[in-house]
Design a protein around this ligand. Structure first.
Ligand code: RFL
Ligand code: PHB
Length: 390
């Protein structure tokens, strides 16, 4: 088989890239080691920047998002028993975010791909990129015990943090940066109205809590937990009780609860691999970088990588210019590091670290106080949260 761009990974990065390229008349094959239902069953991100919304529109995959997604003009930072609203709209000159789950984004992109008849191969085993240093790269995989090969012009490594693409790069060609945080997030989904119409990020002596949502009837909650926490020790009752304790009283009292239908623990990590291009192999999204979810940036960074990569590929095919592809890694990394910094900063400011002494605790309190009382400081937060331009 032959295609122009072989895309490894059918998460948001791979699917968005595939859809943008299809709209531009460029042929792709997407390979994923998982099955479609498994991919759609993963509950992850919930907040989309306007740039991400724009890319989904450009890919012709935005209709349901505009009909069902929730536009948010602000969010709340809760500490010291009180709410402090960050007016995203007012502070950024009219920018908002869209609350629309990653599961829905993935679903919409998959449906678009199916409707145009583009090829996705699920449950592909041992997917491996080859010869990306030369002019004729190819990808091999096995399906139902039979070996296959796809020849291509380029390979897009969109296969997430644990994927095969980054691992195929010789170690000497790669520089990695990592920070592991000493806690995780325990998250649940429940069919219940959100406690507030906007997100609440809470810093509390018992740890961080986040009240988010997927719709007017479906809520997503997270609490900071220790890394050795076991999911089976968290009954719904215990979880709701803990969220309540970490929120200001007026929210705790107003909170509705319901049985959860998803519950999982995710460790928090920052990770960047440089560069993001190796000959004809390009890494995008979580394959190249991970951010802790506190800044809601992971999916949005995947989208901005895809924007740069898509533009470079279009320049290559339509204008016979390699300038965009040559600049890909540098352009993508410049934006990645700003989001890595923002996500680290939000994480540091909002969580309780196990080894924090009195001095560091006062610094955190002073920072929150400054942030919520200085328009300049709030603007910095808002500008980053709605997403830096790309
Ligand atoms: P994905 O989504 O991990 O998809 C990669 C795909 O590649 C496949 N794959 C392979 N295929 C073939 N061969 C292999 N060897 C393969 N290895 C893996 C996988 O099956 C999968 O289908 O990466 P992608 O597309 O780069 O997308 C990245 C996002 O998923 C991620 O950054 C976000 O979910 C991060 N994130 C958030 N991002 C936001 O922008 N806003 C948020 O509000 C937000 N909240 C979150 C989050 C991530 C979370 N977790 C669980 C990590 C909240 C949480 C709790
Ligand atoms: C979510 O709704 O899953 C969510 C929202 C905001 C974040 C992280 C996750 O910062």
């Amino acid at each position: 088989m032959r295609t122009q761009v072989a895309i490894i990974g059918s998460g948001p990065s791979g699917l968005l890239l595939g859809q943008l390229l299809a709209e531009a008349g460029i042929d792709t094959v997407i390979l994923d080691r998982a099955g479609k239902d498994y991919i759609l069953g993963r509950v992850r991100a919930g907040v989309l920047e306007e740039g991400t919304v724009g890319l989904l529109d450009k890919a012709n995959a935005g209709a349901r998002m505009h009909a069902e997604g929730l536009q948010h003009d602000g969010f709340s930072l809760a500490f010291d028993g009180r709410d402090h609203r960050i007016d995203l709209f007012g502070l950024t000159g009219g920018k908002r975010v869209m609350v629309y789950g990653q599961t829905e984004v993935t679903h919409d992109l998959m449906a678009c791909r199916e409707s145009i008849g583009a090829l996705s191969i699920y449950d592909a085993a041992n997917v491996q990129p080859h010869d990306f240093d030369g002019q004729a790269p190819f990808v091999t995989y096995e399906k139902d015990g039979v070996a296959h090969r796809i020849d291509c012009d380029f390979i897009a490594g969109c296969d997430g943090f644990h994927g095969a693409s980054r691992k195929a790069v010789p170690e000497r060609s790669l520089r990695t940066f990592e920070k592991v945080y000493p806690f995780g997030w325990l998250g649940i989904l429940a069919e219940v109205a959100p406690v507030s119409h906007e997100l609440i990020y809470a810093n509390h002596p018992r740890g961080f809590a986040l009240c988010s949502m997927r719709s007017a009837h479906r809520s997503r909650y997270y609490i900071q937990c220790s890394l050795d926490e076991k999911i089976e020790n968290w009954s719904d009752a215990r979880f709701w009780d803990e969220v309540r304790r970490r929120l200001p009283a007026h929210h705790a009292e107003a909170m509705f609860v319901a049985p959860s239908f998803e519950k999982s623990i995710a460790p928090l990590r920052s990770f960047v691999a440089e560069p993001m291009r190796f000959g004809r192999l390009f890494l995008a999204g979580d394959a190249a970088h991970i951010v802790p979810p506190t800044g809601a940036k992971g999916l949005n960074l995947a989208a901005s990588d895809v924007h740069y990569l898509f533009s470079g590929l279009v320049e290559h095919y339509k204008e016979s210019s390699s300038a965009g592809l040559d600049a890909y890694s540098q352009k993508a990394l410049a934006r990645v590091w700003k989001a890595v910094r923002f996500s680290w900063w939000m994480t540091t400011m909002l969580h309780r670290f196990p080894d924090t002494g009195d001095f560091d605790q006062r610094i955190q309190e002073a920072e929150l106080d400054y942030l919520t009382h200085s328009r300049a400081a709030s603007t910095v937060l808002a500008e980053n949260y709605v997403g830096l331009p790309f």
